[in-house]
Design a protein around this ligand. Structure first.
Ligand SMILES: NC(=O)c1ccc[n+]([C@@H]2O[C@H](COP(=O)([O-])OP(=O)(O)OC[C@H]3O[C@@H](n4cnc5c(N)ncnc54)[C@H](OP(=O)(O)O)[C@@H]3O)[C@@H](O)[C@H]2O)c1
Length: 348
Protein backbone atom coordinates (compact mmCIF):
# COMPACT_ATOMS: atom_id res chain seq x y z
CA UNK A 1 0.00 0.00 0.00
CA UNK A 2 1.43 3.42 -0.84
CA UNK A 3 1.44 6.06 1.91
CA UNK A 4 -1.17 8.10 0.02
CA UNK A 5 -3.67 5.24 0.47
CA UNK A 6 -3.27 5.11 4.22
CA UNK A 7 -6.15 6.52 6.17
CA UNK A 8 -5.58 9.34 8.61
CA UNK A 9 -6.80 9.07 12.18
CA UNK A 10 -7.65 11.74 14.73
CA UNK A 11 -4.72 12.79 16.93
CA UNK A 12 -5.65 14.62 20.13
CA UNK A 13 -2.91 17.06 21.19
CA UNK A 14 -2.03 19.48 23.99
CA UNK A 15 -0.99 22.67 22.23
CA UNK A 16 0.89 25.68 23.59
CA UNK A 17 -1.06 28.83 22.72
CA UNK A 18 1.79 31.34 23.04
CA UNK A 19 5.00 31.95 24.98
CA UNK A 20 4.34 32.10 28.71
CA UNK A 21 5.69 34.64 31.19
CA UNK A 22 5.03 34.53 34.93
CA UNK A 23 3.17 31.60 36.49
CA UNK A 24 1.82 29.21 33.85
CA UNK A 25 -1.94 28.68 33.67
CA UNK A 26 -4.04 25.85 32.27
CA UNK A 27 -5.34 28.29 29.65
CA UNK A 28 -1.80 28.74 28.28
CA UNK A 29 -2.46 25.39 26.61
CA UNK A 30 -5.47 23.93 24.86
CA UNK A 31 -6.48 20.48 23.73
CA UNK A 32 -7.01 20.24 19.99
CA UNK A 33 -7.24 17.67 17.23
CA UNK A 34 -5.10 17.05 14.20
CA UNK A 35 -4.78 14.12 11.80
CA UNK A 36 -2.00 11.61 11.45
CA UNK A 37 -1.20 8.57 9.32
CA UNK A 38 -0.15 5.61 11.44
CA UNK A 39 2.78 4.81 9.13
CA UNK A 40 6.22 6.36 8.86
CA UNK A 41 6.81 8.16 5.55
CA UNK A 42 8.47 5.93 2.98
CA UNK A 43 12.25 5.99 3.16
CA UNK A 44 12.32 7.77 6.54
CA UNK A 45 14.16 6.44 9.59
CA UNK A 46 11.54 7.79 12.01
CA UNK A 47 9.30 5.77 14.32
CA UNK A 48 5.56 6.20 14.71
CA UNK A 49 4.39 5.62 18.28
CA UNK A 50 1.22 5.45 20.29
CA UNK A 51 1.83 7.41 23.49
CA UNK A 52 0.81 5.63 26.70
CA UNK A 53 2.15 7.76 29.56
CA UNK A 54 3.50 11.30 29.58
CA UNK A 55 5.70 12.87 32.20
CA UNK A 56 5.13 16.34 33.69
CA UNK A 57 8.56 17.82 34.39
CA UNK A 58 9.44 21.25 35.79
CA UNK A 59 11.94 21.90 32.95
CA UNK A 60 9.00 22.05 30.52
CA UNK A 61 8.09 25.41 32.06
CA UNK A 62 11.43 26.80 30.94
CA UNK A 63 10.63 25.71 27.37
CA UNK A 64 7.40 27.74 27.41
CA UNK A 65 9.24 31.03 27.24
CA UNK A 66 11.24 32.16 24.26
CA UNK A 67 14.83 31.00 24.73
CA UNK A 68 17.60 31.21 22.18
CA UNK A 69 20.66 29.03 22.35
CA UNK A 70 23.35 30.01 19.87
CA UNK A 71 20.77 31.67 17.61
CA UNK A 72 18.51 28.58 17.69
CA UNK A 73 15.14 28.76 19.45
CA UNK A 74 14.97 25.84 21.87
CA UNK A 75 11.51 26.63 23.27
CA UNK A 76 8.26 24.85 22.53
CA UNK A 77 6.62 26.20 19.40
CA UNK A 78 3.40 28.18 19.96
CA UNK A 79 0.59 26.50 18.01
CA UNK A 80 2.28 23.10 18.23
CA UNK A 81 2.00 20.28 20.76
CA UNK A 82 4.25 20.32 23.81
CA UNK A 83 7.03 17.78 23.91
CA UNK A 84 8.34 15.84 26.87
CA UNK A 85 9.33 12.47 28.20
CA UNK A 86 6.91 9.62 27.78
CA UNK A 87 6.37 5.90 27.41
CA UNK A 88 5.06 4.71 24.07
CA UNK A 89 4.44 1.69 21.89
CA UNK A 90 5.95 1.52 18.41
CA UNK A 91 3.28 1.13 15.71
CA UNK A 92 5.58 1.47 12.72
CA UNK A 93 9.30 1.98 12.27
CA UNK A 94 11.72 3.00 9.56
CA UNK A 95 14.63 2.54 11.96
CA UNK A 96 16.57 -0.71 12.23
CA UNK A 97 16.75 -0.50 16.05
CA UNK A 98 12.97 -0.37 16.55
CA UNK A 99 10.16 -2.60 15.39
CA UNK A 100 6.38 -2.67 15.66
CA UNK A 101 5.30 -3.65 19.17
CA UNK A 102 8.44 -2.37 20.94
CA UNK A 103 7.89 -0.36 24.09
CA UNK A 104 10.08 2.73 24.36
CA UNK A 105 10.65 5.73 26.61
CA UNK A 106 12.13 9.07 25.70
CA UNK A 107 11.18 12.37 24.11
CA UNK A 108 7.81 12.37 22.43
CA UNK A 109 4.85 14.70 21.82
CA UNK A 110 1.91 15.57 24.07
CA UNK A 111 -0.52 13.82 21.76
CA UNK A 112 -2.03 10.41 21.13
CA UNK A 113 0.35 9.46 18.32
CA UNK A 114 3.76 10.87 17.50
CA UNK A 115 6.08 10.62 14.55
CA UNK A 116 9.52 10.71 16.18
CA UNK A 117 12.38 11.67 13.92
CA UNK A 118 15.02 12.03 16.65
CA UNK A 119 15.22 8.40 17.69
CA UNK A 120 18.55 8.97 19.48
CA UNK A 121 16.53 10.10 22.52
CA UNK A 122 14.49 6.85 22.64
CA UNK A 123 15.34 3.93 24.92
CA UNK A 124 13.87 0.49 24.31
CA UNK A 125 12.12 -0.85 27.41
CA UNK A 126 13.49 -4.30 28.24
CA UNK A 127 12.01 -4.91 31.69
CA UNK A 128 8.24 -5.03 31.86
CA UNK A 129 7.78 -6.75 35.24
CA UNK A 130 7.57 -3.25 36.76
CA UNK A 131 4.79 -0.72 35.99
CA UNK A 132 5.39 0.81 32.57
CA UNK A 133 4.59 4.28 33.88
CA UNK A 134 7.76 4.06 36.03
CA UNK A 135 9.74 4.78 32.85
CA UNK A 136 8.46 8.38 33.05
CA UNK A 137 10.00 8.69 36.52
CA UNK A 138 11.81 6.18 38.66
CA UNK A 139 13.19 4.26 35.66
CA UNK A 140 13.41 7.28 33.35
CA UNK A 141 14.93 10.74 33.30
CA UNK A 142 14.05 11.77 36.91
CA UNK A 143 15.34 8.47 38.32
CA UNK A 144 18.64 8.80 36.52
CA UNK A 145 18.81 12.42 37.72
CA UNK A 146 18.43 11.35 41.36
CA UNK A 147 21.01 8.59 40.90
CA UNK A 148 23.73 10.65 39.23
CA UNK A 149 23.02 13.76 41.30
CA UNK A 150 23.42 11.84 44.52
CA UNK A 151 26.10 9.25 43.74
CA UNK A 152 28.19 11.06 41.11
CA UNK A 153 27.81 14.74 41.98
CA UNK A 154 27.33 14.79 45.77
CA UNK A 155 30.05 12.18 46.51
CA UNK A 156 28.18 10.77 49.53
CA UNK A 157 29.65 8.79 52.40
CA UNK A 158 27.93 6.55 54.91
CA UNK A 159 26.76 8.43 57.99
CA UNK A 160 26.65 11.88 56.36
CA UNK A 161 23.87 14.41 56.97
CA UNK A 162 21.74 14.93 53.86
CA UNK A 163 19.04 17.50 53.19
CA UNK A 164 16.68 17.22 50.18
CA UNK A 165 14.20 19.91 49.10
CA UNK A 166 11.04 19.20 47.02
CA UNK A 167 11.65 15.88 48.70
CA UNK A 168 8.39 14.10 47.92
CA UNK A 169 8.61 14.77 44.18
CA UNK A 170 9.84 12.60 41.34
CA UNK A 171 13.53 13.18 42.02
CA UNK A 172 13.47 13.98 45.74
CA UNK A 173 11.73 10.82 46.95
CA UNK A 174 14.47 8.76 45.28
CA UNK A 175 17.40 10.84 46.51
CA UNK A 176 16.16 10.35 50.06
CA UNK A 177 15.86 6.59 49.60
CA UNK A 178 19.29 6.32 47.96
CA UNK A 179 20.76 8.24 50.89
CA UNK A 180 19.08 5.93 53.39
CA UNK A 181 20.35 2.85 51.51
CA UNK A 182 23.86 4.22 51.96
CA UNK A 183 23.36 4.78 55.68
CA UNK A 184 23.03 8.56 55.72
CA UNK A 185 20.83 10.67 57.99
CA UNK A 186 18.21 12.26 55.71
CA UNK A 187 15.79 15.13 56.16
CA UNK A 188 13.37 16.35 53.48
CA UNK A 189 11.28 19.46 53.06
CA UNK A 190 7.95 19.54 51.27
CA UNK A 191 4.89 21.75 51.01
CA UNK A 192 2.12 19.91 52.88
CA UNK A 193 1.43 17.67 55.85
CA UNK A 194 0.44 14.81 53.53
CA UNK A 195 3.84 15.04 51.83
CA UNK A 196 5.70 15.24 55.14
CA UNK A 197 3.90 12.10 56.32
CA UNK A 198 4.85 10.31 53.09
CA UNK A 199 8.49 11.25 53.53
CA UNK A 200 8.64 9.86 57.04
CA UNK A 201 6.30 6.89 56.77
CA UNK A 202 6.71 5.66 53.21
CA UNK A 203 10.11 6.77 51.95
CA UNK A 204 11.94 6.30 55.25
CA UNK A 205 13.38 9.81 55.69
CA UNK A 206 14.61 10.30 59.27
CA UNK A 207 12.80 13.63 59.52
CA UNK A 208 10.74 15.91 57.30
CA UNK A 209 9.15 19.33 57.62
CA UNK A 210 6.65 21.54 55.83
CA UNK A 211 8.67 24.55 54.66
CA UNK A 212 5.46 26.58 54.22
CA UNK A 213 4.84 26.41 57.96
CA UNK A 214 8.34 27.47 59.03
CA UNK A 215 8.68 31.19 59.79
CA UNK A 216 12.45 30.85 60.01
CA UNK A 217 14.03 28.31 57.63
CA UNK A 218 17.51 28.86 59.09
CA UNK A 219 16.24 27.90 62.55
CA UNK A 220 14.29 24.93 61.15
CA UNK A 221 17.42 23.53 59.52
CA UNK A 222 19.43 24.11 62.72
CA UNK A 223 16.79 22.10 64.56
CA UNK A 224 17.10 19.12 62.22
CA UNK A 225 20.84 19.44 61.63
CA UNK A 226 22.41 20.62 64.91
CA UNK A 227 25.81 19.56 63.53
CA UNK A 228 25.19 20.95 60.04
CA UNK A 229 24.51 19.56 56.57
CA UNK A 230 27.07 17.54 54.59
CA UNK A 231 25.03 17.24 51.41
CA UNK A 232 22.26 19.47 50.16
CA UNK A 233 20.37 18.09 47.15
CA UNK A 234 19.03 21.34 45.71
CA UNK A 235 15.70 21.25 43.89
CA UNK A 236 14.15 24.60 44.76
CA UNK A 237 16.66 27.48 45.11
CA UNK A 238 15.71 30.90 46.54
CA UNK A 239 15.16 31.26 50.31
CA UNK A 240 15.81 27.58 50.95
CA UNK A 241 19.27 27.79 49.41
CA UNK A 242 20.05 30.90 51.44
CA UNK A 243 19.04 29.13 54.66
CA UNK A 244 21.03 26.02 53.74
CA UNK A 245 24.22 28.03 53.15
CA UNK A 246 24.15 29.12 56.80
CA UNK A 247 23.83 25.48 57.89
CA UNK A 248 26.48 23.72 55.81
CA UNK A 249 29.31 21.77 57.41
CA UNK A 250 32.95 22.15 56.47
CA UNK A 251 33.63 20.53 53.07
CA UNK A 252 29.92 20.05 52.43
CA UNK A 253 28.59 19.54 48.90
CA UNK A 254 25.59 21.11 47.21
CA UNK A 255 24.37 19.18 44.16
CA UNK A 256 22.37 21.76 42.24
CA UNK A 257 19.72 19.82 40.40
CA UNK A 258 16.98 22.42 40.02
CA UNK A 259 15.61 25.72 41.30
CA UNK A 260 11.89 25.44 40.77
CA UNK A 261 11.13 28.51 42.89
CA UNK A 262 12.82 30.62 40.19
CA UNK A 263 11.30 29.20 37.00
CA UNK A 264 8.31 31.56 36.90
CA UNK A 265 10.15 34.74 37.87
CA UNK A 266 11.08 37.37 35.30
CA UNK A 267 14.01 38.37 37.49
CA UNK A 268 15.76 35.76 39.62
CA UNK A 269 15.96 36.23 43.40
CA UNK A 270 19.35 37.07 44.85
CA UNK A 271 21.19 34.81 47.32
CA UNK A 272 22.71 36.62 50.33
CA UNK A 273 24.79 33.99 52.08
CA UNK A 274 27.20 32.91 49.34
CA UNK A 275 30.20 33.91 51.47
CA UNK A 276 29.59 30.78 53.57
CA UNK A 277 30.75 28.73 50.58
CA UNK A 278 34.22 30.05 51.43
CA UNK A 279 33.92 29.84 55.21
CA UNK A 280 32.80 26.21 55.01
CA UNK A 281 34.79 25.26 51.88
CA UNK A 282 31.58 24.05 50.25
CA UNK A 283 31.62 22.51 46.79
CA UNK A 284 28.60 23.70 44.76
CA UNK A 285 28.06 21.82 41.53
CA UNK A 286 25.26 22.21 39.02
CA UNK A 287 24.58 19.24 36.79
CA UNK A 288 22.33 18.14 33.95
CA UNK A 289 21.14 14.58 33.53
CA UNK A 290 21.74 14.96 29.80
CA UNK A 291 25.48 14.55 30.48
CA UNK A 292 24.95 11.17 32.15
CA UNK A 293 22.80 9.02 29.86
CA UNK A 294 25.77 6.69 29.34
CA UNK A 295 25.22 5.62 32.98
CA UNK A 296 21.62 4.54 32.35
CA UNK A 297 22.43 0.78 32.02
CA UNK A 298 24.46 0.93 35.26
CA UNK A 299 21.58 2.74 36.95
CA UNK A 300 19.06 0.10 35.84
CA UNK A 301 21.33 -2.66 37.09
CA UNK A 302 21.42 -0.94 40.48
CA UNK A 303 17.80 0.08 40.82
CA UNK A 304 15.75 -2.79 39.33
CA UNK A 305 16.71 -5.32 42.04
CA UNK A 306 15.98 -2.69 44.71
CA UNK A 307 12.49 -2.20 43.27
CA UNK A 308 11.85 -5.93 42.99
CA UNK A 309 12.95 -6.49 46.58
CA UNK A 310 10.79 -3.59 47.80
CA UNK A 311 13.81 -1.64 49.00
CA UNK A 312 12.91 1.31 46.79
CA UNK A 313 9.29 2.41 46.66
CA UNK A 314 7.74 4.97 44.38
CA UNK A 315 4.67 7.20 44.52
CA UNK A 316 3.03 8.54 41.38
CA UNK A 317 0.25 11.06 40.96
CA UNK A 318 -1.75 10.06 37.92
CA UNK A 319 -3.91 12.32 35.75
CA UNK A 320 -6.21 10.44 33.38
CA UNK A 321 -6.36 11.66 29.79
CA UNK A 322 -4.62 14.34 27.75
CA UNK A 323 -7.44 16.76 28.68
CA UNK A 324 -6.06 16.81 32.21
CA UNK A 325 -2.47 17.37 31.03
CA UNK A 326 -2.41 21.20 31.27
CA UNK A 327 -3.73 21.20 34.87
CA UNK A 328 -1.27 18.48 35.84
CA UNK A 329 1.70 20.37 34.40
CA UNK A 330 0.71 23.70 35.91
CA UNK A 331 0.08 21.94 39.24
CA UNK A 332 3.82 21.25 39.66
CA UNK A 333 4.29 24.93 40.44
CA UNK A 334 1.76 25.03 43.28
CA UNK A 335 2.78 21.63 44.65
CA UNK A 336 -0.52 20.00 43.65
CA UNK A 337 1.25 16.77 42.70
CA UNK A 338 1.88 14.22 45.42
CA UNK A 339 4.73 12.16 43.99
CA UNK A 340 5.74 11.91 40.35
CA UNK A 341 3.17 13.54 38.08
CA UNK A 342 2.18 11.26 35.21
CA UNK A 343 -0.50 11.62 32.53
CA UNK A 344 -2.15 8.47 31.23
CA UNK A 345 -2.84 8.90 27.53
CA UNK A 346 -3.84 5.30 26.91
CA UNK A 347 -3.68 2.13 28.94
CA UNK A 348 -1.77 -0.24 26.73
N1 LIG B 1 19.41 18.90 36.54
C1 LIG B 1 18.67 18.03 35.88
O1 LIG B 1 19.11 17.35 34.95
C2 LIG B 1 17.26 17.82 36.33
C3 LIG B 1 16.49 16.74 35.86
C4 LIG B 1 15.21 16.55 36.36
C5 LIG B 1 14.68 17.46 37.29
N2 LIG B 1 15.44 18.52 37.67
C6 LIG B 1 14.94 19.47 38.67
O2 LIG B 1 14.68 18.76 39.87
C7 LIG B 1 13.68 19.44 40.60
C8 LIG B 1 12.60 18.45 41.03
O3 LIG B 1 11.97 17.96 39.85
P1 LIG B 1 10.85 16.83 39.96
O4 LIG B 1 10.61 16.31 38.62
O5 LIG B 1 11.20 15.93 41.07
O6 LIG B 1 9.56 17.70 40.36
P2 LIG B 1 8.54 17.39 41.52
O7 LIG B 1 9.30 17.56 42.80
O8 LIG B 1 7.89 16.09 41.27
O9 LIG B 1 7.46 18.55 41.38
C9 LIG B 1 7.78 19.85 41.66
C10 LIG B 1 7.60 20.17 43.17
O10 LIG B 1 8.33 21.33 43.48
C11 LIG B 1 7.76 21.95 44.60
N3 LIG B 1 7.69 23.40 44.36
C12 LIG B 1 6.99 24.04 43.40
N4 LIG B 1 7.17 25.38 43.50
C13 LIG B 1 8.00 25.57 44.57
C14 LIG B 1 8.55 26.72 45.19
N5 LIG B 1 8.31 27.97 44.73
N6 LIG B 1 9.36 26.55 46.27
C15 LIG B 1 9.61 25.31 46.76
N7 LIG B 1 9.12 24.18 46.21
C16 LIG B 1 8.33 24.32 45.13
C17 LIG B 1 6.34 21.37 44.77
O11 LIG B 1 6.36 20.53 45.92
P3 LIG B 1 6.06 21.11 47.39
O12 LIG B 1 4.62 20.80 47.68
O13 LIG B 1 7.00 20.36 48.23
O14 LIG B 1 6.30 22.58 47.34
C18 LIG B 1 6.16 20.50 43.54
O15 LIG B 1 5.38 19.38 43.80
C19 LIG B 1 13.17 20.58 39.73
O16 LIG B 1 13.82 21.76 40.10
C20 LIG B 1 13.63 20.16 38.34
O17 LIG B 1 13.78 21.24 37.48
C21 LIG B 1 16.69 18.71 37.20
Amino acid sequence: MSSTDIEEVRNKQVILRDYVYGFPKESDMHVGDSKIKLKVPEGSSAVLVKNLYLSCDPYQRTRMKKIEDGGRIVSFTPGSPLTGFGVAKVLDSGHANFKEGDLVWGLTGWEEYSLINSTESLFKIQHTDVPLSYYTGLLGMPGLTAYVGFYEVASPKKGEYVFVSAASGAVGQLVGQFAKLLGCYVVGSAGSKEKVDLLKNKFGFDEAFNYKEEQDLVAALKRYFPEGIDIYFENVGGKTLDAVLLNMRDHGRIAVCGMISQYNLDEFEGIKNLIHIIYKRVLVQGFSVTDYYHLYPKFLEFVLPQIREGKIVYVEDTAEGLENGPAALVGLFSGRNVGKQVIVVAHE
